[in-house]
Design a protein around this ligand. Sequence first.
Ligand code: WTA
Length: 649
Amino acid sequence: MSKKNHVDIISEDNAKPFQPPKIFKEKALVNDEKPYREAEKDRLAFWAKKADNLQWSKKWEQVLDDSNPPYFKWFVNGKLNVSANCLDRHVENGLSDKKAILFEGEEGDTISLTYAKLLKEVNKFCNVLSDLGVARGDAVTIWMPMIPEAVVAMLACTRIGAVHSVVFGGFSPDALKDRILDSRSKLLVTADGANRKGKVLPMKGMAEEALQLCPSIEKVVIVERAGSDYEVTEGRDLLWKDLMKNADENFSPAEMDAEDPLFILYSSGTTGKPKGILHTTAGYLVGVNTTHRYVFDHHEDDIYWCTADIGWVTGHSYIVYGPLSNGSTVFIYEGTPDYPNRDRFWELIEKYKITVFYTAPTAIRSFMRWGNHFPAGHDLSSLRLLGSVGEPINPEAWLWYHEHIGKTKCPIVDTWWQTETGMIMITPLPGLTPLKPGSATKAFPGIDVDVVDDQGYSTGPGQRGFLVIKTPWPAMLRTLYEDHERYEHTYWKQYPGLYFTGDGAWKDSDGYLWIMGRVDDVLNVSGHRIGTMEVESALVDHQSVAEAAVIGKVHEIKGHAITAFVTLKEGVDGSEELLKELKTHVGKKIGAIARPEEIFFTYELPKTRSGKIMRRLLRDIAEQRDLGDVTTLMDPQVVKAIKNNYSDK
Ligand code: WTA
């Protein structure tokens, strides 16, 4: 169904697509249309076949039960264990000595764990958990730095059948408290401290602030990582190393039902209360196993590095469950890209001979801003594939990534997905899909996405609309933890029968999808819809600009006036002249309608700890509202600086 909407036609991107390099294509797992054809013919048969890649203790009876929407069940009555799929079966299949985890700490300390060793550690921690009274179905909160013990703790939960709730290590004690209370966790796994840019963040001390208000927590297990002092509550606080010392190295994996809860992961919504996104066992594992294999073109000798934190869904799906269920070697780094120097990541790629590198556009834009000489000083020739996730990647950043990191020989997989989807949903397949910088290209085989207008009709090429998912997919969230009503309301009420992603998008005439960002980031200027991302991309296209955030400031006549906050490249001064030049530049790139009304220069943009620009705060500043809670920001000082600067104008 298509409904004409004249206002919204936008121009095509006519740039010539990048074809997969010949050598890459020849060795790629997928280099023809077969998976798309199979999935088009019979979507459920496609997923059933993918489920055969896992090890089941009892085969499922039905692929999908969709009799009670929006509550779906996948692989009905199948039984399996996630940790057994990530560990035991590889050990049984001769991969005992293969490296599962290669770890490097901020100070250069290293750990490497083979699959056999990782299995032993997980088994030991299962016995520890079990002795501490954690049983099937109990919730366990994990609040840890990026260290191998975090992965061990997650896998041990899945082996016992406990439900983990990993909270990002950079969150505030208050945020930790809310998440513990909501999940009613019995046990907290944490660390004494985390190393961050040469300093120590006293995690246990901070956790204590939360624990005072969390009566459900019976025991706290502490990994000693950073040599930070902390107080011990006798009878409650226990040391990881003491508990693990004499723990038995064997533990039988619990036989879990396909639909048993696997984990809760909290994500921000439109209200203040975070949403507890609930994922279950089999569908999730089938989804991340398949997408990791195809999207990252899994090869046995890969050294795979996803730079996300374990506390985000990207860490869950593409550091832990996807790659380990495929028997991959996963590299984990504790620190940030700019400590001790701004070439830390490139140094690590060179040292570990990383082959697949998956990071976020915001990081890529920082790398661009720091300068080409940092990556140029290292041998990055081991890389064969690059990935991007988390927000739309502007073509300028894409091209820079392609040239300066991939040396034009690595395909880039721009992967669109959400905490809710669990798995990658829109993505190129690197040995097959011609790439257009800035487009996440097409839906993964077996996934039905569409772009619809406000009435729910499919839009035509070049028409802006809303991104929806038309049929259930294996790794979909099953509900919001203990809040079915919010689950139904947030995702299924907008367009009955369709899952609403909250993102704006459009399709070009080749059927390529272009994501415009969250719908609340789409502006309405004089009756025209403009994605904040489009304006940002135009600004970043200017040689002086490193990064830009655009918001719509409420405007009496136009609806919204475009206001831009811009960070300049090192060494560039923010003159009046440049301000005018930038406005003209945007006008030139998109049209007069998109010319920002106001531009402010700032040394940094306010970002959440996962690197997302907090546009809401910028809107509040521009509209001179109270800023409310800024504790989830990476650097709260940034907001103060912008605010002062703004009120000086
Ligand atoms: C955005 C992260 C454009 C999008 C995995 C989505 C993207 C939200 C992309 C989910 C991409 C993620 N291109 N936008 N490749 N990937 N997004 O839950 O707005 O942290 O709805 O999951 O990030 O963010 P979340």
